[in-house]
Ligand binder design. Structure first.
Ligand code: PLP
Length: 286
């Protein structure tokens, strides 16, 4: 079955989907994106993802010409045309096409691309449960990481470094030794204070999965500590994991080849992992 993409008003075969060479996303990374999971026929947290899209657009003064209802129709139609019940919906909106010039163009309509592809969540969860390796990598991103911009060069350099070391994720670190987040995930440790992650601020992306995990921790009575921590504290932690919409809760067993805690998936991580899987299946944190 050939894949279908939504590109600026038309549903087209994926391979034929194209945008102008003067699209500002292509020229300047002048755009934002979201990835929403489709799990067993249901979109996971579509509302919060589209809220974050609106926020990212507003922070960049890109006017969103699509109503929430119109976006949802496009997303559902893209899913339907690709006959998916498990997959990833990718949505990218840029400032649009205009002759190349740095300042915002006038009267340019933002450009929208929506794609959807199969993703095997069951297989991913089985693999994730075994735990994975992570490395640390300098966080060389700009100062507005709270905006989900398509400008991901530092993130891809970090991910490539991880892959070359046989690791799943690169945990990004500031010159002062503090950890921010993974290059495509939020990062969590379990230490003597409880479950700990970087607070929401412009230094990190406010993950939709992160918010669900906070809800889970509160429900499960796991003490939560939203405060920055150092690489050394992460190395000394009892447990660690990453979170993201695509890879859910991913236990991390080693950081730069140093075992974290026992080097096995820990009890708090297991609790959060299982509870998030339940949320995916039922749509509620229970
Ligand atoms: C840098 C970064 N942090 C965190 C996340 C996790 O966000 P979410 O849980 O909304 O997928 C992502 C996901 O793409 C990311 O790119």
């Amino acid at each position: 079955m050939s894949r279908i993409a939504y590109v600026n008003g038309a549903y087209v075969p994926h391979r034929q989907g194209a945008v102008s060479i003067e699209d500002r996303g292509y020229q300047f990374s002048d755009g934002v994106y979201e990835v929403i999971c489709l799990f067993k026929g249901k979109l996971i947290d579509a509302g919060p993802h589209l809220d974050r899209l609106d926020r990212s657009l507003a922070e960049l003064s890109i006017p969103n010409p699509y109503s929430r209802a119109a976006l949802m129709t496009i997303i559902h139609e893209t899913i339907r045309r690709n006959r998916l019940s498990d997959g990833l919906v990718y949505l990218q909106m840029t400032r649009g096409t205009a002759p190349r010039d740095h300042q915002f163009p006038e009267d340019t309509r933002p450009a929208l691309v929506v794609t959807a592809r199969y993703f095997d969540f069951d297989q991913a969860a089985i693999k994730a449960a075994e735990g994975m390796k992570a490395i640390t990598y300098p966080d060389i991103r700009w100062a507005r990481r709270d905006i989900k911009s398509v400008s991901l060069l530092p993130n891809i350099l970090a991910k490539q470094a991880a892959v070359e070391k046989g690791a799943y994720e690169a945990i990004m670190t500031m010159p002062n030794g503090l950890v921010t987040e993974g290059c495509s995930t939020n990062f969590w440790i379990v230490d003597q204070t409880g479950l700990r992650t970087h607070p929401v601020c412009p230094d990190i992306l406010n993950g939709i999965t992160r918010s669900r995990i906070i809800e889970i921790a509160k429900k499960e009575g796991v003490p939560l500590n939203e405060s920055p921590f150092t690489v050394e504290e992460a190395r000394q932690a009892r447990e660690a994991f990453t979170s993201s919409s695509v890879r859910a809760v991913q236990p991390i067993l080693t950081l730069d080849d140093h075992p974290i805690g026992s080097g096995l998936v820990g009890p708090i991580t297991t609790k959060i992992f299982q509870s998030y899987q339940r949320f995916l299946k039922t749509g509620v944190v229970s």
